[in-house]
Ligand binder design. Sequence first.
Ligand SMILES: [Zn+2]
Length: 256
Amino acid sequence: MFSKTSFEIGRIFGVPVKVDFSLLLVAGMFVLSYSRAMPNSPGTSLVAGLLSAAALVVALLVHEVGHAAAALSRSCRVHEITLMFFGGRAVMSGLPSAPLARAAISLAGPAAGLLLWFVALRLSVFLGGLRILPFLLGETARISLYLSIFNMIPALPLDGGHVLRDVLAHFKGNAFATFVVAKVSRGIAIAMGLYGIFFGGGFIMVILAFFIWASAKSEIIRAASGGDPDGLDDDVVVISPPPYGKEKEYTRIKRR
Ligand SMILES: [Zn+2]
């Protein structure tokens, strides 16, 4: 779907890593947001924006590589990793049928992100005397922590939704698990939408709400038709953080 607008930047564990052109928009938005926050220092805001965008790419990549490594260690196939505007995607097949093994693959992305957060934060403190590198590491740590927490929200298609479904499936069976996680996802989508419209969450929250709502709906349809909810092989696994706004907002998950 996104192959025509993406280009390969290399391979990790033999898996092609592609960057979608839409990701370049992020760099532009980051630079813009910094230049608004620091109108009197265009050079600094340009560098800060580009470094933050680079930090996002690193955090997304580590998250996806976490999924890919967990899948490969269970003899699954990982066809490609794509990084794009709204996050990343690891296209996998031959996923294990045991729900807990699948849950481990879903957890591996946020777990890799938390590891990156820890290491990058320590390094940025350690290198505090320098200028650019600690900033890059600090941004990487912050964005990676955000991505890990956000993706553990228990709503499909986020990792947390997959983990919830797989753990429930282990104990209660697939149909029940999908039914419950679809209801939970809808509830979270409604809450996100209301937050976006009435409580200053912003437009991105509303888009995410629609995205989660639509995904939950298709899961309900699949469960109702008796099908196995095995849709992981072409999976949007990361949603990029909403604060594509102002630099100071990165410290908070809130948009405004
Ligand atoms: Zn993920």
